[in-house]
Design a protein around this ligand. Sequence first.
Ligand code: ATP
Length: 245
Amino acid sequence: AAKPALLSVNNIEVVYNDVILVLRGLSLTVPKGEIVALLGANGAGKSTTLKAISGLLKTEDGAVTRGDISFDGERINGIDPDKIVRRGIFQVMEGRRIISDMTCLENLRLGAFTRRDNQVRQDIEMVYEYFPRLKERTGLAGYLSGGEQQMLAIGRALMARPKLILMDEPSMGLSPLLVKEVFSIIRQINRDLGVTILLVEQNARMALQAASYGYIMESGKVVLDGTAEELANNEDVKEFYLGGG
Ligand code: ATP
């Protein structure tokens, strides 16, 4: 039986600066507890889609001008990013965006900014279990390696205890070995904590190994979708997205 949708994006249109139409009727569904991959070439609109969901679009003068986004049964278009975090959606931005002049621990605490419970300390220990290296790094986050920064960004997202994590290109700038490590942790987090994940990736191969379902975007809309297995075996996908390595 199909799992209930946690997130559904219905036919959205997104415009930057009142003029540049970037998403043209994009729809997708993310079932509860799953990892869903959103794939496509540079400039297809993947990051824009995540920002439309997390409310961060506003900070770049973008707006959802048509369609709607619903999360946990409620419409969330137009809501401010901090309120979206409170509802349970956390975006791990492309390029990691950790605060480089704060320590790892301070960055992790920042992820918990919406929480009023007393389990923050305990969750920091949980993050250290996933990413033991972060516990050893006591200096400023700016001195971490690219892989460690990516881990910190994911750890910080976990600190919000989100229902849905939006992950923008976790493999970006990492060595093949680290990409494997980061993806294995993403799967573990999904399995252990039941966190739903919408994963944007250029690395289609890795993404389709982790995800159960995938969408392929071109020029602001979905051109193909299917189970990860269907997509991995699709001739066009193989040619355009899985070619080479
Ligand atoms: P990438 O992998 O390069 O990030 P993407 O699929 O995530 O690609 P987006 O970053 O969503 O694509 O960009 C989609 C289109 O929107 C591009 O043509 C881009 O130039 C344009 N765009 C993105 N951000 C802005 C902005 N703040 N203002 C105007 N145009 C933008």
